[in-house]
Design a protein around this ligand. Structure first.
Ligand code: F6R
Length: 609
């Protein structure tokens, strides 16, 4: 996730762009930049927040047309040369999204003599536009953008300036947000409305494959065939704070709703469905190394640890490798039995968790190859591990991890399928089945979000209880741990996640009519066993809330309430069930009037022991 802005009008474009970028900092804040078109392109960019950018802009720098960017790194570290705008001679581009085929395009452009100064995917857009306009003398910037949209694959919202056409900005989008603001003192373009709310409330949402040209004379919208189209103007009712959360009451709810996009962005460009394989160039291990692997040790904390538990099942089931899951704070002071054939994998959203960093350093002292899964490009873990696999969830502001958890699961599926295929454990057909299922997840998550009222009602019904139990088996066991963790951290209700088969070894003594039990009872090879556990707790008067598949009509006979997930591949249900449990925790905390985005005693990044 990044934020783009553009402005044409009578105000000082530098001031407008800086104030707009500040409103988009929630989308990314590792570097920022601005280009103003004053005859030539004048560009300032730097690593850090918008306040850092302000420091390097000289006093008196003004203009009336410009573009800006606030970055959340995906390709290339947070360095000035990787910051936007990216330039190709007389063209400047800002971009939000991911160009999936950028390596292929980059190689072609380099053969044609283009020199690249950054590691980003965006720079190919600037050079492609330059090449297109150079190849055809009468090609306008608008036509050039339309042309390159047939070459680039992936997601994008782009804003482009060209000195040959100095009075306008051209914009286009596919799968990344773009909205236009119509003001008295000019026209605005941005990834999100908070960017321009202080100037205007009149907004036009741009749809996929549409193009926009904004100039001092007005705004023109075009379809993919280059024909002018009319668009509806919406009046935005939100205040600025509500707008930053896209109208959601909390960042957590907004981030839960971003999961269709964050899941899609995380697997984008990594799945070859046709061949039934995963493209995982980031994993710097060749096929022989993967074949010879003896053991995987996953190291993490909190929610990332729960994702790691799912990873253990996946690596053992799909890749046939013995896998251990270790709590970082314990591992670092333990006496691990490790050697060079063990592969250690750190999972950390922030990339800065002190215990996880210390544990991974300790594992490397035994000669282990180390990889990491993280959401933050440039974080410490990226320098401490041989391979880095990024979740592409964008910044997560709510303290409770939601979209980064499901994105971590996606990376774990991709890794397990990749390693399993290389080791001959998975046939391309089996791999394809799961990969097709992964591509259905964004739509299925959306379906859960569309039907969230049932989850809200359930949460409100039980909001006053003091204790909750979450149970599940196999892959659903770590999801029960995650469901309980989400509930306790934001609603302050005591909650326990348990392996369903373990209940009778002690905790059953705590079950009564006052302890609702959430049973994750999705279809799979342990379904019948979970039904037996449901009967056990029902016999002790507990009310049972089942998380079950849509087509499961049998479950209604045994439980008090059912929260549904779409039917899916058995191995993929953890992604869908965890969205249901995130909403259950959220609405419970809301009903209890808790501080949802900043729960007491907790911090987003735990950089101390
Ligand atoms: C819970 C939560 C924490 C983190 C944990 C590890 O919602 O967010 O449990 O998962 O502090 O953080 P990272 O993943 O940044 O290492």
């Amino acid at each position: 996730m990044c934020g783009i802005v553009g402005y044409v009008g009578t105000e000082n474009a530098v001031d407008v762009i800086i104030s707009s970028l500040k409103k988009l900092e929630y989308r990314g804040y590792d570097s920022a930049g601005v280009t103003i078109l004053n005859g030539d392109l004048e560009t300032y960019k730097t690593v850090g927040k918008i306040s850092e950018l302000e420091k390097i802009i000289p006093a008196g720098f003004t203009g009336h047309i410009g573009i800006g960017h606030t970055r959340w790194a995906t390709h290339g570290k947070p360095e000035t040369r990787n910051s936007h705008p990216h330039l190709s001679s007389n063209i400047a581009v800002v971009h939000n999204g991911i160009i999936e085929n950028y390596m292929f395009l980059k190689e072609k452009l380099m053969e044609q003599g283009y020199e690249f100064v950054s590691d980003t995917d965006t720079e190919v857009i600037a050079h492609l536009l330059h090449r297109t306009m150079k190849d055809s003398e009468r090609c306008s910037l608008l036509d050039a953008v339309r042309h390159i949209m047939t070459e680039i694959e992936g997601s994008y919202a782009i804003a482009v300036l060209c000195t040959d056409e100095p009075d306008h900005i051209v914009l286009a989008r596919k799968d990344s947000p773009l909205v236009i603001g119509l003001g008295d003192k000019g026209y605005f373009a941005a990834s999100d409305v908070p960017a321009f709310l202080r100037y205007t409330r009149n907004a036009v949402y741009v749809n996929d494959k549409e193009l926009v040209l904004i100039s001092p004379k007005g705004v023109e919208f075009y379809n993919n065939d280059g024909q002018r189209i009319e668009k509806q103007v919406d009046i935005i009712e939100w205040n600025e704070e509500a707008a930053e959360k896209a109208g959601y009451e909390h960042f957590m709810l907004k981030e839960i709703h971003e999961q269709p996009t964050s899941i899609q962005a995380t697997y984008a460009g990594k799945i070859s469905e046709l061949e039934g394989r995963v493209i995982l160039d980031e994993l710097k291990m060749d096929e022989d190394q993967l074949r010879n692997l003896q053991r995987v040790t996953i190291i993490a904390c909190g929610t990332s640890w729960n994702a790691g538990c799912v990873g253990k099942y996946l690596f053992e089931n799909l890749a046939g490798i013995h896998t251990d899951i270790e709590t970082a704070s314990e591992f670092r002071y333990g006496d691990p039995i490790l050697c060079g054939q063990v592969f250690t994998l750190a999972i950390t959203q922030s990339g800065e968790t002190a215990d996880t960093l210390a544990a991974i350093r300790s594992s490397r002292s035994y000669g282990c190859k180390a990889a990491s899964i993280t959401n933050v490009v440039g974080s410490t873990i990226t320098r401490e591990t041989d391979s880095v696999l990024f979740t592409r969830a964008g910044p997560e502001i709510g303290v409770a991890a939601t979209k980064t958890f499901t994105a971590q699961l996606i990376v774990l599926y991709l890794m397990a399928i990749h390693i399993g295929t290389v080791r001959g454990r998975l046939t391309p057909e089996t791999a394809r089945d799961i990969l097709v299922g992964i591509k259905q997840l964004p739509g299925q998550v959306q379906k859960i979000l569309n039907n969230k009222d049932a989850i809200k009602k359930c949460a409100e019904h039980y909001a006053k209880v003091q204790d909750y139990f979450f149970i599940g088996r196999h892959l659903n066991y770590p999801i029960s741990l995650e469901g309980a963790l989400k509930l306790k951290e934001i609603s302050y209700i005591h909650a326990e996640g348990y392996a369903a088969g373990e209940l009778k070894h002690g905790p059953l003594a705590l079950i009564s009519s006052a302890t609702p039990v959430v049973a994750i009872a999705t279809k799979g090879h342990t379904y019948d066993k979970v039904l037996s556990n449901i009967k056990e707790v029902k016999a002790r008067s507990a009310e049972v809330i089942a998380v079950a598949n849509e087509s499961d009509t049998e479950i209604n006979k045994y439980v008090d309430r059912v929260l549904r997930i779409p039917d899916c591949h058995e191995l993929l249900s953890p992604v869908l069930s965890s969205v249901v449990l995130q909403l259950l925790a959220y609405y419970t905390a809301l009903a209890r009037d808790c501080s949802i985005d900043k729960p007491r005693n907790l911090a987003k990044s735990v950089t101390v022991e």
